[in-house]
Design a protein around this ligand. Structure first.
Ligand SMILES: [Zn+2]
Length: 262
């Protein structure tokens, strides 16, 4: 451990400090190879907040669930000090650490999402599973940020820079580019498997689906559909009609596959 003295253009000296960081589990996805799964020195001047230091290293703050400095839990507002030993953890899947958490008032347990323009297929899949997933293929970053703040939505994004926006408190950088793998990531990260409710949300527009009388939609159905099905549902927003046809069994199979692998 050394404290180097560096010149400050003749106006005296600035003291450069050093802290030691270690990132755990999937937070390593954001680090260069020389910082993976090991403690490494981080040099700094002045007294930056630990949140700024973590983001300077490359990890977006919404991915972080717990920070220990010299063994004690701290919040994002903690200011880094010389020789601090910092451990940074993502959301824990199996251990309840809530008594230790200093980062957020409370974890966001509202499972409502807003997705960036790269994640249309994931949005449809989340809706298929019954989750509230807002998405448009022309969302501007500003709109996503506003929806996250005003409606307390979790931001799902392929753009890790978006997660650095200060007002976004809950978000997740989707690692995979494959929609099914992405859905499994989301199920795991937000512990959603037990809350899956197929056939509750419109895959097209995210509206809720409600049961309706067959007689109310007779004139909108093909003759074979009228003959073989009696239960119908309608999206309250876009009026799309749903019934449990052959596509329904394929959907259920797909959901079973997702659950089994998450
Ligand atoms: Zn709809």
């Amino acid at each position: 451990m050394t404290t180097a003295l560096i010149s400050n253009g003749g106006e005296g000296v600035l003291r450069e400090h050093e802290a030691y960081f270690r990132f755990y589990e999937e937070l390593n996805d954001f680090l260069p190879p020389d910082k993976l799964k090991r403690s490494f020195p981080y040099r700094f001047n002045g007294n930056p907040s630990i949140k700024d230091a973590i983001e300077a290293i490359g990890v977006p703050h919404p991915e972080v669930e717990m920070i220990l400095v010299n063994g004690a839990s701290v919040g994002f507002e903690y200011h880094l000090r010389n020789y601090d030993r910092v451990s940074v953890y993502p959301v824990f899947e199996t251990i309840d650490v809530s008594p230790l958490l200093k980062i957020r008032e409370k974890p966001l347990r509202r499972n409502a999402f807003v997705l960036d323009v790269h994640l249309g297929k994931l949005a449809r899949m989340l809706r298929m599973l019954g989750f509230d997933a807002l998405y448009r293929n022309d969302y501007k970053d500003r709109e996503i940020i506003d929806l996250a703040v005003k409606e307390q939505r979790v931001v799902l994004t392929r753009d890790r820079r978006l997660l650095r926006v200060k007002v976004i408190t809950h978000g997740y950088w989707v690692r995979s580019t494959d929609p099914e793998t992405q859905a499994r990531e989301a199920l795991r990260r937000f512990d959603l498997s037990s809350q899956i409710k197929p056939f509750h949300r419109c895959m097209v527009c995210n509206g809720e689906i409600i049961a309706i009388e067959k007689s109310a939609v007779l004139n909108q159905l093909e003759p074979l559909t009228v003959r073989y099905y009696d239960e119908f549902y309608r999206c309250v927003d876009c009026n799309k009609i749903y019934w449990r046809g052959s596509h329904y069994q394929r959907m259920i199979d797909r959901i079973d596959r997702l659950k089994a692998n998450s």
